[in-house]
Design a protein around this ligand. Structure first.
Ligand code: IMP
Length: 429
């Protein structure tokens, strides 16, 4: 059963989109299975640049079907805005998009609640993307006030749900902030029902459809959003997102059996970035961190926030690769590290005097982790035009070898720039 998946091995923004884009040619269906419009990917197509968030990267390729599976949380207004952005660029992709009727709907109260709760957390705020992702997933787990896409497209069902939920949510919002915003049930029903009318033709039981397609030998490509270290169960809790953003989310988010996945590719940047709060052992709060931020244009696609930058952390990436059963690694943005005299890779942590190569489970231990760094010679050359591994400067080759050794997986691909052509393939990809 020929399914491939691409997941991030860090805290998101690993340039998974480029790897997915390269693989899309060899696949028939691209599937998003978790997260929502908190993700961000930039896709270049037909001379234009599109910023996508909820839509799968594959959406612009006319030979593939794109699927938003049950595990995704969908803001219908954001979805249509993205689709309209594509239409404005001459790409009406709605005909090849399928949205699961099991996926949950992000409603206006989710965004308001999230803002109120983040404010309440004060200095311990998670630094979320404020898209209502966590509050929607909380609703799903709570079941009582959850709305699924299947409900949204049934006018009466949706209206009845909104009318029963809004008074309760208003009480909650008032308790959190008496001066806070008012919810208007009629307005929400009108706005969301208009969106539902446009979305209805795309809604389907994607689970049965995907299982049928799989049985017929269709090639599936699973596109992970965020990164493994933001996984709700396995990430750096509580500074995580609310879904299973490691490879562990593929099965529960899509309904496709885990054993259907033949190949699991983990994408890691040549360094590390993080957006939002939480410990970051290899963070560089100095000129070098600033240089990396500038060279890598490390600003959030969704929120525009500057990303925190640091050395590559192979304790974290190795952990991510192991929990998801990653077969091989793609190293992204190696070109960003050009120009340094020396580089460092974290190979272990020292936590309260103990050396370890395992990820601590407790936030306090992780906050206490001091990186044990391996020094590697830097290189000065611009490598962004290199397409063969053996043409890379020796120091860059050594860097890639060190990553492979420390993460414990072969490296299949090295990306040295945003364009498809700026890719070094190692072996068969
Ligand atoms: P949420 O997903 O909006 O709840 O945010 C939770 C945490 O995940 C915050 O630290 C966000 O910055 C981070 N996050 C969510 N989506 C992404 C992403 O696509 N890339 C990087 N960080 C993300």
């Amino acid at each position: 059963m020929p399914a491939t998946s691409v997941i991030g091995l860090q805290w998101g923004d690993e340039a998974k989109g480029k790897v997915v884009d390269l693989l899309t040619e060899k696949h028939d269906i691209v599937i998003r299975y978790q997260g929502g419009n908190n993700a961000g990917h930039t896709v270049k197509f037909g001379g234009r640049t599109y910023k996508l968030s909820l839509l799968p990267t594959g959406i612009l390729q006319s030979h593939v079907k794109s699927v938003i599976a049950p595990g995704v949380v969908v803001n219908p207004l954001a979805l249509l805005k993205e689709l309209d952005g594509l239409i404005a660029g001459g790409q009406d992709c709605s005909g090849r998009l399928m949205i699961s009727d099991r996926a949950h709907v992000i409603c206006p109260w989710h965004l308001l609640e999230e803002a109120a709760f983040e404010k309440l957390r004060g200095g311990e705020a998670i630094g979320t993307t404020m898209r209502g992702i966590g509050t929607c997933y909380r609703e799903k787990a709570g079941r009582f006030h959850a709305i699924r896409i299947g409900d949204l497209v049934e006018r009466e069902v949706f209206a009845a749900k909104v009318r029963s939920i809004v008074p309760v949510k208003q009480k909650l919002l008032d308790a959190l902030d008496p001066e806070g915003p008012r919810l208007d049930a009629d307005q929400i029903i009108a706005e969301y029902s208009a969106a539902a009318d446009r979305i209805r033709p795309m809604v389907a039981d994607t689970t049965s459809w995907l299982l049928d397609e799989l049985e017929q030998g269709r090639r599936l490509l699973f596109e992970g959003a965020q990164g493994s270290l933001l996984d709700i169960d396995h990430g750096t809790f509580p500074y995580v997102t609310s879904s299973n953003s490691s490879g562990c989310g593929i099965h529960n988010g899509s309904g496709i059996p885990e054993r259907a996945i033949q190949r699991m590719i983990g994408v890691a940047k040549a360094y590390t970035t993080r957006v939002g709060g939480g410990p970051f052992p290899t963070e560089l709060l100095n000129e070098t961190g600033e240089q990396i931020r500038k060279a890598g244009n490390e600003y959030g696609t969704v929120t525009g926030r500057p990303r925190r930058c640091g050395w590559l952390d192979t304790v974290a990436t190795r952990y991510s690769a192991r929990i998801s059963g990653v077969d091989s690694i793609a190293i992204a943005l190696l070109d960003v590290l050009s120009g340094h005299d020396e580089l460092f890779i974290c190979e272990a942590y020292e936590i309260n005097g103990q050396r370890t190569r395992n990820m601590p489970s407790r936030a306090s231990d992780f906050a206490a982790a001091k990186p044990v760094l391996r020094r590697i010679d830097g290189w000065k050359e611009d490598i962004s035009g290199i397409t063969r591994f053996e043409d890379l400067p020796k120091a860059a080759q050594m860097y890639v070898h060190a990553v492979s050794e420390l993460v414990g997986r072969p490296v299949d691909l090295v990306s040295v720039g945003p364009d498809r052509s700026q890719t070094i393939l190692i072996g068969a990809f």
